[in-house]
Design a protein around this ligand. Structure first.
Ligand SMILES: [Ca+2]
Ligand SMILES: [Ca+2]
Length: 626
């Protein structure tokens, strides 16, 4: 497979899929490199090249042992089981091949581990953070030279088409790191930046690109339209230097149909195969229901997300190893802090626990949260660490708390016709008894798959403030979707492209720049300043970051709760009435005893603690003072 003539080309090993005119090729190897000193000494290398299974493969490197060469149905793959002992030193492992075409060597790099596990990277995202979520293609174009490439399946880039790429990239994010600091964000979550070298797909008659990033074609490459691996490293290093953590968006459930593992499948059971195309039912219930039929379970879990997103079979141990090692590789290679898992419940449950545990083992401080679009709090709790007595137990720390979000939207949307709308929120907190640690849930008002918050609440600024207050003062990890702070609006009508518009000012040809106050309208500045004031207060508030909660039953349209610890007590009040309301202070004496004054976090006004006069639809955040 590898001739002696090719030896001189081995230094090109970082260029994978390097095919030779003679028909010989250097195999692709995944993971593309590894480290000494990992907790788990085992490493499984996937080698991919024509008829590689016919070669005799040996390894000679002190401290590294080739335990087994595994062959699968497809002779273009072998899987090497290695043990890397503690005494192995950083360097390049020589992998020796002998085959019909001759023999040769490949050098495979073992690096020293990145410094600062848990302190400089893999820090974990906690309730002290504020996450800012963005779609890199739609946020800012920092490098017009990478907008499109003739050698990719999709060669288009057109900002006038909502379904095509718009050219946003990692440099665009680097250019706005100060903006994230200004708004008080402490963690960046980018929808996936992994290579999506997909063709345009015809969806309901329109040609669509994979600008969203959820159709991976090679996990080990950051898409060059975002700037490639180097730009990702630069973005993460510069973000870290500005006190911003980085969350990577992971997908285990599927890959794009142009992924090399689907185009040239190692074995048929790498994917969940159906004789006729079968899409998932998008229903979580059969995966939880103890009465569910096997066919309902199979369709939910093994049905494909779409016809061009083949469904990975994580029960296949090679698939599981591939995904687990990639997750570890990405955190160590790039210095990721938090891990978000897309389409969480669509993957095999035991695999999910296994990959979570593998990440926890290597990175004790990392945190993982899953996308779990469920129908109830119970179902949502089932997929994370919980207090429910079931046979299968999830080890996932937290989920995206869509149930909390639903309660907030139920409280705020429509007319304030019933007095106690905030009961929705009160009730959802009551059910926190099901979670091991509800502080690890991610809170949101909207995201890239949903109608924008400001539209959902009828563009009512009082309700907007209520939503922002709930987001930034309730238990959990708040997440802001890009543009919510400047009142970006729209429903997913006719499609989700409407809620994924370009951030105004992110492209140099934009006539309006909403990254700066002079580019924003008065109302947009009012929203921006409101978010900023509260998030900056939260940034130094131990009570809001990690304090206990005491809530009082919503009465006469007023909802009150406190966040507090030994150092600080914060009182939050919502008046959902259309008229001015007086709130008697004595009901809250169990918390307020010992305090004499209040400081309004938004206005800075200090008042003596007494009955509260609330304006119609007012939200109040007060710090109690002695
Ligand atoms: Ca670009
Ligand atoms: Ca699946």
């Amino acid at each position: 497979m590898i001739t002696k003539n090719n030896l001189m080309l081995f230094f090109l090993m970082h260029i994978f899929s390097f095919a030779f005119a003679s028909g010989y090729e250097i195999p692709e190897i995944y993971p593309t490199n590894w480290w000494i000193g990992m907790k788990n000494p085992k490493l499984q290398l996937m080698l991919h090249a024509g008829d590689i299974a016919d070669d005799n493969i040996t390894i000679n490197y002190p401290g590294v042992k080739l335990v087994k060469v595994n062959k699968v149905e497809n002779k273009n793959y072998v899987f090497l089981d290695l043990i890397i002992n503690a005494e192995a030193k950083p360097g390049k492992i020589k992998i020796h091949f002998e085959g019909e075409g001759g023999d040769g060597d490949i050098l495979y790099e073992l690096k020293p581990r990145r410094k600062g596990n848990g302190s400089q990277y893999a820090k974990g995202i906690t309730s002290a953070d504020l996450i800012y979520l963005m779609i890199p293609d739609r946020f800012s174009n920092g490098d017009v030279s990478n907008d499109k490439f003739a050698d990719m399946h999709d060669t288009s880039c057109n900002r006038n088409d909502p379904f095509l790429r718009h050219g946003g990239d990692l440099q665009g994010i680097i250019n706005h790191l100060d903006y994230f600091n200004e708004i008080g964000a402490t963690a960046l979550w980018l929808t996936p930046v992994v290579e999506n070298d997909q063709s345009l797909t015809n969806e309901n008659g329109t040609m669509r690109s994979a600008y969203h990033g959820y159709a991976f074609t090679n996990q080990y490459k950051i898409d060059k339209r975002f700037g490639g691996n180097d730009a990702y490293k630069k973005m993460i290093d510069t973000a870290h230097a500005k006190g911003l953590k980085v969350i990577q968006d992971a997908v285990y459930n599927h890959v794009g149909d142009k992924h090399f593992l689907f185009v040239d499948q190692p074995s048929k059971d790498f994917f969940n195969q159906w004789s006729l195309f079968t899409g998932t039912s998008y229903r979580d219930e059969p995966l939880i229901d103890s009465y569910a039929s096997k066919s309902d379970r199979d369709i939910a879990e093994k049905g494909w997300f779409t016809s061009f997103l083949p469904d990975l079979n994580q029960r296949n141990p090679y698939v599981a190893n591939y995904l687990i090692q990639y997750a570890i590789w990405a955190v160590e290679e790039f210095g990721i802090d938090g891990w978000r898992v897309d389409t969480y419940f669509y993957s095999d449950k035991d695999f999910l626990n296994k990959i979570n545990q593998a990440l926890y083992n290597e990175f004790p401080s990392i945190t993982i949260f899953g996308e779990t679009t469920m129908h109830s709090v119970t179902e949502q709790a089932y997929y994370m660490q919980n207090n429910i007595n079931t046979k299968w137990k999830s080890n996932l720390q937290g989920v995206i708390d869509f149930q909390w979000e639903n309660s907030v939207l139920d409280a705020l949307k429509g007319k304030f016709d019933s007095a106690n709308r905030m009961e929705h929120v009160y009730d959802v907190l009551v059910q926190d008894i099901l979670y091991k640690d509800p502080m690890r849930n991610e809170l949101l008002l909207d995201n890239h798959d949903q109608d924008r918050f400001f539209s959902v609440i009828g563009e009512d600024f009082d309700k907007y403030k209520m939503g922002i207050v709930l987001l930034l003062t309730q238990r959990g990890i708040p997440q802001l979707y890009y543009g919510t702070e400047i009142l970006m609006k729209n429903f997913k009508d006719p499609t989700d492209a409407e809620v994924r518009k370009d951030f105004p000012g992110g492209w140099k040809e934009d006539s309006i720049n909403k990254f700066i106050s002079s580019g924003r309208t008065e109302k947009e500045n009012a929203a921006f300043d409101y978010v900023k004031r509260l998030s900056l207060f939260r940034k130094n508030s131990s009570a809001l970051q990690s304090g206990k909660t005491t809530q009082f039953l919503p009465l006469k349209g007023v909802y009150v709760y406190f966040r507090y610890d030994a150092k600080q007590t914060v009182m939050v009040i919502f008046n959902t009435n259309d008229n001015e309301t007086t709130l008697m202070a004595n009901r809250f004496s169990e918390i307020t005893n010992g305090f004499s004054k209040t400081k309004n976090i938004i206005t800075g006004n200090i008042s003596s603690l007494g009955d509260f006069k609330l304006a119609p639809k007012e939200s109040v955040v007060l710090e109690l003072m002695k």
